[in-house]
Design a protein. Sequence first.
Length: 756
Amino acid sequence: MNAPRRSQPAQGRRPGTAAPEASAAQVSDAAVGPDAPGTAAKGPLTLRELDAISVERLNGVGRQRRRALAEVGVESVFDLLTYYPRRYVDRTAQAPISEAEIGSEITVVADVLSVSSRRLRGGRRLVSADVTDASGVLSAVFFNQAWRERQLTEGRTVALFGKVEDYRGRKQMTNPVVDVLSGGSTADRTGKIVAIYPQSESAGIVTWDVANWVGEAQRRCAGRGIADPLPGWLRRQHGFANRSQALADIHEPPSMAARWAARDRLVFDELMRVQLMLRSQRLAREAHELGIAHEPSGTLIETFHRRLPYTLTGAQQRAMGQIDADVSMLRPMHRLLQGDVGSGKTLVALHALLIAVRNGHQGALMAPTEVLAEQHCFALRALLDGFEVPDDGRLGGRRPLRLCLLSGSSSATQRREVLVQVATGSADIVVGTHALLEESVKFASLSVVVVDEQHRFGVSQRARLRESGRDDRRIPHLLVMTATPIPRTAAMTVYGDLDVSVLDELPPGRTPIATQWVRGPLAAESMWIDVQREIEAGRQAYVVCPLVAESESLDARSAEQTHAELSAGALAGLRVGLLHGRLPMSEKEAAMARFRAGDLDALVATTVIEVGIDVPNATVMVVLSADRFGIAQLHQLRGRVGRGSHASSCYLVSDEDPTAIAVERLSALAATNDGFELAERDLELRGEGTLFDERQSGRSDLKLASLVRDLHWVQAARDAAADLIAADGDLDAHPELADEVDWFAGRRDPDYLHRS
């Protein structure tokens, strides 16, 4: 198949706004288009209307078929029309079998003549099928794919893609890609571009049935047409066909050029809905929220910067400047701070928190785990040692700046003391976990909130802390941080309602981390020798496992077993600690304190140490069963080393025969330390679906658009959203678009864009 065309949106300024388009009337679930009885045609069908019509209204879709379609996420006519083909077979320029050259890779469309199966030595199964297109016969052989005998029944029309070989004077393909096109003859699709739909053997969904249902749905919509809410000037600007034409051409294109043009239009529609929803939500929020204006400079801030033992990077200075501008306004800040591991996000966050303290308010930092909250508290205390703030109880007096920790495992006495300090305002900065969200936590004057690893908190959780932090209904400024670099394409879409600051520089002195992918016992033995040498040189090591304890259902290393084995084997005689989430908080704190103080040579842990842990003397990271982890998590774990002046190493230990996707991930980690490059690769491997919450009826929001391939359309949709939405966040001038965005938002879980 041809590679996707990277089309570019047309350039140019917005022309004069076109006259409003005709409004689409609402219809009931009783009809699809003019063929259905009892419904007056009042205008083109909107997506809302199509989504309200069950696929069961179509001929051939009874109760059983409806259930089967629901298994693949198709419940309405809208779902069916956006159940896009996964590829196409171009039969307008198809070579017959008789002209297929030996050694060439081609697509053959033919009817199955016969199929047979036999068992080979070693128990493997060989399935053979002969196919014909009237010009000749070709054999297809499949090794260890017994199910092909059920798929390739006599008389079926199939498309085979593979390399043509010569086997005993006959043309043959070995393990070709197969698409079943229909249950009958090839005649009905000769000379056409045939759409191949995603199929499901378990649900009984086959491509020719989908094509028939789509064709019927489009025929029955044709009388009224499908509403197109895009203004005419915007369609002309990008050379778009109308929506009805695009939907027709994506399913049954007259040419491949028409197919690409249809894809461009429908990709833009998907991205536009997301951008309009995000922008309207943001503008509406800004119109109604009132924050607290701060003076971002002063002695406290200047002293903090002067006392830093190192020079800030240009990226840190830029981010701090952006925060200064935000907090000086009455409109509450909503900013995302993203940066690679070790890029200095904590210093930027502390800068924001100190602005709150300098202005006589309080700051709060919320972390997802107790270990990370404690690590933040430890790091901030070291940076704030000796700082003083005005004492409101004594005229001209001063007191030490007070930093408090509040977590679920805080003792009753500690908790009471912290709650009093928070409520009276004597606690200047509070670091905590979800415990900060409890009703008993009342701030005297919270004005800056920092949320670390924001993807682990829902939108409602972040909002609860900000909205409960003050009695005067003013909204504190919000800074959310992530140590997981987000591709620019994804950030533009997923975080369209936040301003984004990026830390794309590492502080001076950070050493590159040498990463090795370790497979096999000999390589592992050599690795443990290297670990021992590093420890003997006075350094420390992490050993990370995916499980806490052994599991009968999962073939992966556990922390408890690994701790026992290393203590008696490869690291015998060394001080080896254990840290995992099931330990009591006191034991977790003790293990981290010992490792931080250098009283442990190695720490066997689960991913509880994934983010925020900063021990400069740790120079070795060993990740066991590394093929069980994703790219982002492995990169975070690797970032726990390389934080001092000594050379550091990361060993990714996998099974001897990892899956193909694991090979891609581990190869990417071994090739680069650049978190942003890895994030782009991760997005390519995982696809966009994982960035969006699909639990709402199992529906995905980006069915056709690719954040990797369609960056230009993401930008075009953002620009168009800015043109279309009024300053107060509404779409009153475009009622059809407003209705579509309202429908789209109603299908979603409110937090879906902010979870991963």
